[in-house]
Write a protein that binds this ligand. Structure first.
Ligand SMILES: [Zn+2]
Length: 423
């Protein structure tokens, strides 16, 4: 399949975290699934490519969701009066236990994947549940959608509920191996990722075994880190040897020392942990909507940006109640204002440019050369019809700002991922 075409419209993408590139009535060339650049006129060498004219509409890079729980999509917006550990026990664990039933999983995952497909998200890093069969079902649906994703069968062998717990490390590891072996060479756009739920859910023996599998299969890792004060105290009790929460993963090679790794939240990471994140090149998935809903706190994103950390955004469904990454951008900007106002006035609020960067180039880096429309990047693009809120005389930057704050899924009219038309 070759993906060769040109789209015309009003272009906007991040050059870096501080600068946007914009252009009215430009031509964006896709060849073999890659951007060949943005032009004022169609270059001679591409004159035979089919042209799609979206004049007057915005063309943006696809957005990246670095952290989302697919089986939690069914109960978003519930239990928002609880903090993390109570919310997990009351809502999350009972709901996730239902995914051992494949017909339940099928109905729920079809809805999730359908909504993700028609959202502004082009790529996602997804937690499934601990169940192998329903995880494979989810991967089949994601592959069919054309989106690009990493999906993790969750590992958890302690401190959950009877209906949602693997008996021991051995059982959890052998289920993970069965999952990996059965999906080998199955997909082109859907990839496995090792997914210890979080330290309180995983025994040391399980963590050690997962670190071995990361090495053996050369797979990336995703998990949670320093989200909530009660959780952090619990990790100190469970792993008294750990120098910080991050160390409870790092000891078992699950923290970026072998392969790329995403840690969601990092709200309360101390200086030692921040250094470890930076040294290991771990991707921080900032999930501001979730952190508000569960009163987890505000991650010091200004500090992380200044430190040069790898950062993107995550919806964290269902602690986050919105799938939209545009919504995460506006929430990230809003919480950064509260951090500046109430916590540390040296940490200035995020700008629109920085928020948009996190949603595109920032998270895109996890997937490779992704998150920009510039020449050489994989062709992930959105056509946004902003006629509902586009006033005369607005600049493209202003239209982007309105799109971040005001757009709804229906405003996303077309989407491509790595050159493939999704709709
Ligand atoms: Zn999460």
């Amino acid at each position: 399949m070759t993906y060769n075409f040109i789209i015309k419209g009003d272009i906007c993408y991040s050059k870096n975290k501080d600068e946007l590139i914009t252009g009215k009535d430009k031509y964006l060339v896709c060849e073999d699934g890659y951007s060949r650049g943005v032009y004022d006129k169609i270059p001679e060498s591409y004159k035979d490519f089919k042209l799609y004219d979206y004049s007057g509409k915005l063309i943006l890079p696809g957005l990246i969701d670095l952290h989302v729980h697919a089986p939690q999509y069914t109960f978003r917006g519930m239990g928002m009066d609880l903090e993390l550990l109570d919310w997990l026990n009351t809502y999350t664990f009972p709901e996730e236990s239902k995914y051992k039933d494949l017909s339940y999983a099928s109905r729920a995952y079809e809805r999730f994947v359908e909504d993700l497909k028609y959202s502004s998200t082009t790529r996602a890093c997804v937690f499934a549940s601990l169940h192998v069969d329903s995880t494979i079902l989810l991967m089949n649906l994601l592959e069919k959608s054309g989106l690009i994703s990493y999906v993790g069968k969750v590992n958890m062998d302690r401190n959950a509920i009877e209906d949602l717990e693997e008996d021991d490390a051995k059982e959890s590891l052998s289920a993970t191996r069965a999952w990996l072996d059965s999906i080998k060479d199955t997909y082109k756009r859907t990839f496995p990722i090792i997914t210890p739920r979080f330290t309180p859910s995983c025994s040391d023996e399980l963590m050690e075994g997962l670190g071995g599998m990361v090495e053996e299969y050369c797979l990336p890792v995703q998990s949670h880190l320093s989200e909530n004060p009660g959780e952090i105290e619990w990790v100190k009790e469970l792993c008294p040897w750990a120098k910080c929460y991050g160390d409870s993963y790092d000891r078992y090679k699950l923290f970026g020392s072998l392969t790329k790794t995403i840690m969601a939240h990092c709200v309360w990471s101390d200086e030692r942990e921040q250094r470890l994140l930076k040294d290991r090149g771990v991707f921080i998935a900032h999930c501001p909507n979730s952190n508000l809903n569960l009163a987890s706190g505000i991650a010091p994103i200004r500090k992380y940006l200044d430190q040069g950390q790898n950062i993107g955004l995550g919806s964290d469904i269902a602690a986050g109640s919105h799938l939209s990454i545009f919504r995460q951008v506006s929430d990230a900007i809003q919480v950064s204002k509260m951090y500046w106002r109430y916590i540390d006035q040296r940490c200035k609020p995020l700008s629109i440019e920085e928020g948009f960067y996190l949603a595109t180039l920032g998270g895109g880096k996890f997937f490779g050369k992704v998150g920009s429309l510039d020449k050489g990047y994989e062709f992930d693009a959105l056509v946004i019809d902003d006629a509902d809120y586009k006033n005369e005389n607005l600049s493209i930057e202003e239209r982007l700002e309105r799109t971040i704050y005001m757009s709804e899924p229906r405003h996303v009219r077309h989407k491509w991922v790595s050159g493939k038309e999704i709709f």
